[in-house]
Design a protein around this ligand. Structure first.
Ligand code: CP3
Length: 355
């Protein structure tokens, strides 16, 4: 698995076409997923290793992506600390008792993390032989402390992070206490995934993009760099940092020790490559909403990215964020096929090329 397109590109040594996978590649847009979801709640699906492993493989078997991502959620670390997580239809994740004070923080319990998350390590062990057969590497993941803390503090998804920001400025010591606890738990969780055998890791920081440069450094990026430096990673499996906000923060993200930066769709991949040099791989960054576009438009935009990054030994094709539940599987198939039929040497005719 060290010689797959995905791992080679993550380590900036790919000489063939770019690999492709998609964030949220397993999920409600697939009928195979919905068939299981009819019988189980989302949390049950996360907790049953056989089921979670089956769901991980669904998009691989349906569309043939070049990497699989563990089916789980970033909020499992918060739940393992004892926070009461539920998923509400139409509202997403909800913590019924938000963590907004030192007293609430003191009730979280960071012991026995490996035991509490052992079903995920079991899921990894079940997946490895299946993925070996398909020659597809497995990406493990965790949420970045700042994003997980945002859910714990707000109690639910928030597009402004108003309460988080109030606390950042009024009680930074409390916020750092929570971030430190989450960083410690995340190191143990990711080290458990490495021991179980994942071939790569990704850290998701969905909400850092709402912060200023300086706050992103202090409350988000520093913790990611700390986590990466504390990984027990003897085989040097590649680590990706994906951040909403990466089009502003990529110079900072390049210094975290991550091998790959996952870029949101606002970024100009070519410019990012020129600015940060050849040592860090780039992943991204098709606007996921292009999956609602007509086939010709979608194909053209995929080809623009492919031709921009043609010959780049460290490029992984992905979306700039996740697939939405109402997207068409046929559009996903079209993107995968377009990337996989790209030949490094072919001269593409891309219509309406912008200067
Ligand atoms: O990418 C993958 O296919 C792997 C699995 C995965 C899920 N969530 C499955 C999921 C991963 C990597 C995540 C990460 C995740 N979870 C993030 C970071 C990435 C991002 O999208 O920004 C975040 C912020 C979460 C928290 C979370 N979990 C949200 C906001 C939601 C959406 C709620 C909704 O109803 O849309 C979830 C639920 C979730 N996570 C689903 C899936 C397949 C849908 C659950 C269902 O079936 O109802």
């Amino acid at each position: 698995m060290n010689d797959t397109l995905y791992v080679n590109a993550a380590l900036c040594r790919n000489t063939q076409r770019p690999p492709i996978w998609m964030m949220r590649q397993a999920g409600r847009y697939m009928k195979e997923y919905r068939a299981i979801r009819e019988r189980y709640s989302f949390l049950e699906m996360l907790r049953l290793p056989e089921l979670a492993a089956e769901i991980t493989l669904q998009p691989i078997d349906a569309f043939g992506m070049d990497a699989a991502i563990l089916f789980s959620d970033i909020l499992v670390t918060a739940e393992a600390l004892g926070a009461s997580l539920s998923f509400t239809e139409g509202k997403g994740p909800v913590f019924s008792q938000p963590i907004r004070s030192g007293q609430a923080l003191a009730l979280l319990n960071g012991t026995d993390i490996e035991l509490k998350l052992s079903h995920i390590f079991e899921e990894i062990r079940l997946l490895l032989p299946e993925l070996e057969k398909r020659q597809v590497p497995l990406i493990g993941f965790a949420g970045a402390p700042f994003t997980v803390a945002s859910y714990l503090i707000e109690g639910q998804s928030s597009s402004s992070l108003k309460i988080v920001k109030q606390l950042l400025y009024s009680d930074p010591a409390f916020v750092h206490g929570l971030l430190e606890l989450l960083a410690n738990v995340t190191v143990r969780y990711l080290n458990g995934q490495i021991r179980a055998g994942v071939h790569a890791l990704q850290i998701f920081d969905t909400w850092a993009g709402l912060l200023s440069w300086e706050d992103a450094r202090v409350f988000s990026v520093n913790y990611i760099a700390d986590i990466i430096s504390r990984l027990d990673n003897p085989a040097n499996i590649p680590v990706t940092v994906f951040c909403k906000g990466s089009s502003a923060f990529y110079p900072m993200l390049a210094g975290t020790g991550a091998q790959v930066i996952g870029l949101e769709w606002q970024a100009d991949l070519k410019r990012v490559r020129e600015e940060i040099g050849p040592a860090v791989a780039l992943q991204g960054n098709l606007d996921p909403y292009l999956l609602y576009a007509p086939d010709e438009v979608l194909r053209d935009r995929v080809n623009r990215i492919l031709s921009d990054m043609a010959g780049d030994s460290g490029f992984i094709f992905n979306l700039g964020h996740g697939i939405m539940p109402d997207m068409s599987p046929e559009k996903v198939r079209l993107v995968v096929e377009t990337v996989q039929s790209f030949s490094v040497n072919s001269s593409l005719s891309v219509s309406n090329r912008m200067p």
